[in-house]
Design a protein around this ligand. Structure first.
Ligand code: NCD
Ligand code: ZN
Length: 335
């Protein structure tokens, strides 16, 4: 059995910089035609100059493949209309992080009060720049995303022309929100379709499955599965593949992030096939994103086949999800 995907896209990806960028970028560019690149470097990407330099480093790390990095700026509440108008030519979106909520988000927004965000949100609405949001409060870890629902509602109601993407949703409450506001969309990761908190911490602690937002309950995962497997038109695949060196994961202060880029399409094919929804995979990994972002990806055909794939223990010192395990789908060819 095979399936050929047309220009798969990863709409939420961390590529890092320096040596890590050189290690991980080719693993995405091999099988994806493009990706939304997260700006949470140290320091974060907040200027057009830094963004263009980063983009050229990405392009030199992926030069053997046809791959388009879709760049984003780290959201700041003091960006001017003029700045955003210039930035618009180079970016696909702005990414908003509540301050300190996840890896390298210290320079994020400290209050979600819409009065302080109004000017930038209005400029973005006018310029048609999508807003990508890491939607968590700093409350109890299992409730952080649920507590953010009221913030999403305020954003969506007050700025109806602003396209808002709830990034890496993990709860049934977020899934339900999609139906209530026309301007809300979402990305869903691979790992949140597979795991619950039990897989992370129910037995021996699995640091390579620890991420923000943390995986939730079975009913939450099932709500995400319903959206993904039916390729709900408001959801897109965004891996949130977030590489950290092995010593930062297998440590007493484990960094948050699951590394899935090189195994994502194989594991998605397996999941969709097991659930008899292989025919919806193309929309989930490409068509929906094209529609939502209004983008035309580079052409790339990725053929997957139902042949076992032994996931390596590590890719250059970064441990992937399913390390050492066998997936039943593999990549046959890319053209
Ligand atoms: C991401 C990272 O490592 O940059 N970590 C994660 O757990 N997902 C940041 C993020 O997307 O929250
Ligand atoms: Zn992320």
């Amino acid at each position: 059995m095979t399936i050929t995907l047309n220009s798969p896209l990863d709409m939420h990806l961390h590529l890092r910089d320096g040596e890590m960028l050189k290690t991980v970028a080719p693993l995405s560019s091999h099988s994806f035609a493009g990706a939304i690149i997260m700006p949470n470097l140290v320091p974060p990407i907040t200027s057009i100059e830094a963004l263009l330099e980063y983009k050229s480093r990405i392009l030199s790390s992926t030069c053997r493949d046809r791959f388009e990095p879709l760049m984003t700026l780290f959201f700041r509440d003091d960006y001017s209309y003029e700045f955003l108008k210039e930035a618009k030519k180079e970016i696909s979106a702005l990414k908003l992080y509540p301050s300190g909520i996840t890896t390298n988000s210290e320079g994020g927004v400290s209050s979600m009060d819409i009065e302080g965000l109004r000017d930038v949100f209005e400029a973005m609405s006018e310029l048609e720049i999508p807003l990508l949001v890491h939607g968590e409060t700093n409350g109890f870890v299992m409730d952080r995303e649920k507590e953010f629902v009221s913030v999403y509602e305020q954003f969506a109601k007050n700025f109806p022309r602003l396209k808002i993407v709830m990034e890496h949703i993990t709860t049934k409450e977020s899934a339900e929100l999609l139906g209530r506001y026309e301007n809300l969309y979402a990305t869903i990761t691979l790992h949140h379709l597979y795991i619950t908190l039990d897989d992370v911490a129910g037995g021996l602690l699995r640091p390579h499955l620890f991420c923000k937002p943390i995986a939730k309950r079975a009913e939450d995962r099932d709500a995400l599965l319903d959206l993904a497997l039916s390729a709900h038109p408001k959801v897109m695949f965004g891996s949130d593949s977030a590489p950290h060196p092995i010593d930062k994961k297998e440590s007493c202060g484990c960094a948050a992030g699951v590394f899935t880029a090189p195994i994502a399409l194989q594991a998605l094919a397996s999941l969709f096939e097991k659930n008899d929804n292989l025919q919806n995979l193309q929309a989930f990994v490409s068509e929906n994103a094209r529609e939502i972002y209004g983008c035309e990806p580079l052409s790339k055909e990725v053929t997957l086949e139902k042949t076992p794939f032994l996931v390596p223990d590590s890719y250059g010192g970064v441990v992937p999800m399913f390390a050492g395990e066998e997936l039943d789908w593999s990549i046959k060819s890319v053209s």
